[in-house]
Design a protein around this ligand. Structure first.
Ligand code: PLP
Length: 469
């Protein structure tokens, strides 16, 4: 019987023997057989399979073939303090031993959630003093969707329930967050919620036509006013936007855009939700991009850099007025992992390190300006049109003709994809969004590593040019 059991167990769970020492081909085979990847067309992986990352330190990944790869995307824009910080592992271990889990529902609380909420209230601008925790950025935006509607209901204006987002904005993958976002490929797969409208993005390079960037910025911001008037000013609950669109291609709005948005939001008394999931926690050289851009949001969405990606955690930092109104009703909303103690403890340790090591100041005054100078030097490459960068997030628009800001025609395929593959081959992780190449490295990247990043990017651009000929 024991023998039969042993054989059965072996057959049922052959994966238990997989480890980082397992040969790459075997890892890829099992991955292809059993693992459904987000935002991936598995059939396109072909024989190549997925690149399996086995360990990481600082800004460098190691894959199962032993390659060392410079991660110019900080994972998914999240590993702000870099990989391999033992203090975070220690904080998780301490918290797991002391209190691995408890919830914050039904009038209970625990120290890590209390301490993190208080710390975030100190860091956040203005009167953003209260935090509702979630497990991710998407969940936090779902919270925002429900919270702003509940807010207006509680204020006796239940018809004020329409939320305006932007085309090509990204707010996450849950049904609510996907609906707030404006990713057409996601909307096309169905499930978009009613009561959410979109305006166009401030992407001057692709959509600015003959207008100057400043004229275009005003034109795009004024679409918000037009949309509010079209819907009816007393029906609009909130406007949600990323201060800098990340997944849309690191689109940095013209200077005229945000002051005009703020004017319109103020004029019509609607709530402003700044989605700081990427931009927050030092990415732009400020704790939050809203500070850099002079925005006064009522709610900020946070995640990613909050824990540097070491633990899944997100949340909404909420202004006094909204917190007071929501606090006056029972907000029937929450997640099992809202304010998870281990995630909160890790986030607190992450914020401590960021502060003690002056990581935000370093990005603002030292490595950020250096990256800007070096990254902008790629502007002389024949394939590169616009170069945009703020702090530690930047993008290159690839073009066959920069003088007229021409897009590539579809018959050459996605040039960004070719370039991304060349980067991969050169052991540099850069992402592409259509024909925009984007970077968002760990905030701790050194000057030497910035040089390596730019050299490898130039080499990859050269190879892309050759591939197009
Ligand atoms: N908001 C923004 C601006 C994002 O970039 C993302 C993820 O990339 C999200 C929300 C969703 O966060 P998550 O993937 O943690 O759900």
């Amino acid at each position: 019987f024991d023998h039969i059991l042993a054989v059965t167990l072996l057959e049922a769970s052959p994966m238990t023997i997989l480890s980082t020492n397992t040969p790459s081909e075997e890892l890829r085979r099992v991955d292809a057989a059993h693992h459904m990847h987000p935002f991936t067309n598995n059939s396109e992986l072909g024989d190549k399979g997925a690149r399996v990352v086995t360990r990481a330190s600082g800004c460098w990944l190691t894959d199962s073939d032993g390659n060392r790869i410079l991660d110019a995307m900080a994972g998914l824009w999240c590993v702000n303090i870099g990989y391999g910080r033992e203090e975070l592992a220690e904080a998780a271990k301490r918290q797991m031993l002391e209190l691995p889990y408890y919830n914050t529902f039904f009038q209970t609380s625990h120290v890590p959630a209390i301490a993190l909420a208080a710390r975030l209230a100190e860091l956040a601008p203005g009167d953003l003093n209260s935090v509702f925790f979630a497990g991710s950025g998407s969940e936090a935006n779902d919270t925002n969707l429900r919270m702003v509607r509940t807010y207006w209901q509680a204020k006796g204006q239940p018809d004020r329930n329409v939320i305006i987002g932007r085309w090509n904005g990204y707010h996450g993958s849950t049904v609510g967050a996907m609906s707030l976002g404006g990713m057409k490929g996601m909307h096309e797969q169905g499930g978009v919620l009613d009561g959410i409208e979109h305006i166009d993005q401030p992407n001057w390079w692709s959509e600015g036509g003959d207008m100057s960037p400043d004229e275009f910025g005003l034109e795009r911001a004024r679409q918000l006013e037009e949309k509010i008037l079209e819907i009816g000013a007393d029906r609009v609950a909130a406007f949600i936007a990323e201060p800098v669109q990340g997944a849309g291609g690191v689109i940095i709005a013209p200077d005229t855009y945000w002051p005009e948005i703020q004017r319109i939001v103020d004029k019509y008394g609607i709530l402003l939700i700044a989605d700081e999931v990427i931009c927050g926690f030092g990415r732009t050289g400020n704790w939050f991009a809203s500070q850099a851009l002079g925005l006064r949001p009522h709610i900020m969405t946070i995640a990613k850099g909050l824990s540097s990606g070491y633990q899944p955690i997100g949340g909404s930092i909420v202004c006094d007025e909204v917190a007071e109104v929501i606090g006056g009703v029972e907000f029937n909303h929450g997640y099992t992992y809202s304010g998870h103690p281990v995630a909160c403890a890790v986030a607190l340790e992450n914020l401590r390190i960021m502060e003690d090591e002056k990581i935000v100041e370093r990005v603002r005054d030292d490595t950020g300006p250096y990256l800007k100078e070096r990254f902008e030097s790629l502007g002389d490459h024949p394939l590169v049109g616009e170069v945009k960068i703020i702090g530690m997030m930047g993008s290159l628009a690839l073009t066959p003709n920069k003088a007229i800001r021409a897009p590539f025609t579809s018959d050459v395929g996605t040039v960004g994809f070719i370039c991304r593959e060349r980067c991969f081959a050169n052991n540099l992780i850069m992402r592409h969004v259509g024909d925009r190449m984007i970077i968002s490295p760990p905030l701790v990247i050194s000057r030497d590593e910035i040089d390596t990043l730019v050299e490898r990017a130039r080499l990859s651009l050269d190879e892309t040019l050759v591939a197009l000929q």
